[in-house]
Design a protein around this ligand. Structure first.
Ligand code: PAF
Length: 282
């Protein structure tokens, strides 16, 4: 595995592969890699000639009171995991090369970015869209891979790619879960053992709500009620930021219960913020 730290060198290396007619699959990450990331890496490997992973904890997507400083960092282990997956290129830039002095250009995907998580994390999706646009320009991947767990992120990135005519296929892969259903996330490392057990309530709530929708017995208002009641029943969940049924394209609360709908949840367990979702086909 080639480890490249300098954006210009990453760009030249990827261009050389593209000129030889090789396809490139890029998996952008912030490190602390778990099975969820590795499922994206496996898919990128099988669908492309060259697999590339980026690890960059992007400061512009963290708010001033968020967890940038304590975000889990484990590059040595990440490198081992990526070597075991036989990844071809690891792009590991540092902050100053990604955001040099004088950096003032941002990508804003308006409308969608202010909803759901965006309402609680102002500026978050501006940071995500900006860094993903940079990574796509640096690596020029044929395909870029993202997890469905960050559903809104995938909607924002797809929209950006379409609106800016980016020549890349955005591939969204299923959420990978722990045995009790908790969606894998680097932030799960913040949970103490009691919180970790209690966090299973999120998946239980999504499963009960999709069951109610599928059986045709619950309206969207009733489904929302089921979701909020189940989450409120777990004492270690200290705040429900959102929990409802949404349109998969606009991310507005859905009242038309047909086709694909999104069940999405964001809760806090003390300092820890957890999100999860599921798409139900009615
Ligand atoms: O999902 C993530 O880990 C990040 O938001 C991403 C896409 C790597 C951008 O920093």
């Amino acid at each position: 595995m080639e480890i490249i730290r300098i954006p210009r060198i990453m760009q030249d290396t990827c261009k050389k592969y593209l000129l030889k007619g090789r396809s490139i699959g890029l998996v952008p990450t912030m490190g602390a890699l778990h099975e969820g990331h590795l499922s994206l890496v496996k898919r990128a490997r099988t669908e492309n000639d060259i697999s590339a992973v980026s690890i960059f904890i992007n400061p512009t997507q963290f708010g001033p009171s968020e967890d940038l400083d304590r975000y889990p960092r484990d590059v040595e282990n990440d490198i081992k995991k990526l070597r075991a997956q036989e990844v071809d290129i690891l792009f590991l830039p540092d902050n100053l090369l990604m955001y040099p002095k004088g950096f003032v250009t941002y990508v804003e995907v308006t409308a969608i970015s202010g909803k759901l998580c965006g309402a609680f994390r102002p500026g978050h999706f501006r940071g995500v869209a900006t860094v993903v646009a940079k990574l796509l320009n640096i690596a020029s991947p044929t395909r870029a891979y993202f997890g469905q767990k960050d559903f809104q992120q995938t909607v924002v990135i797809r929209r950006m790619a379409k609106d800016l005519d980016l020549d890349v296929q955005i591939v969204v892969c299923p959420t990978i879960r722990e045995q009790d259903g908790l969606a894998m996330s680097s932030r799960n490392l913040y949970l103490d053992s009691r919180q970790r057990q209690a966090a299973a309530a999120i998946y239980k709530c999504l499963s009960a709500a999709s069951e109610a929708l599928r059986s045709g017995t619950a309206s969207s208002a009733e489904t929302k009620k089921i979701m909020r009641e189940m989450l409120a029943g777990e004492p270690l969940i200290t705040n429900i930021e959102y929990a409802s049924v949404y349109d998969t394209n606009t991310l507005d609360e859905a009242d038309q219960m047909q086709g694909e709908v999104l069940l999405a949840v964001a809760v806090r367990m003390g300092e820890v913020r957890l999100i999860d979702n599921t798409v139900v086909n009615l």
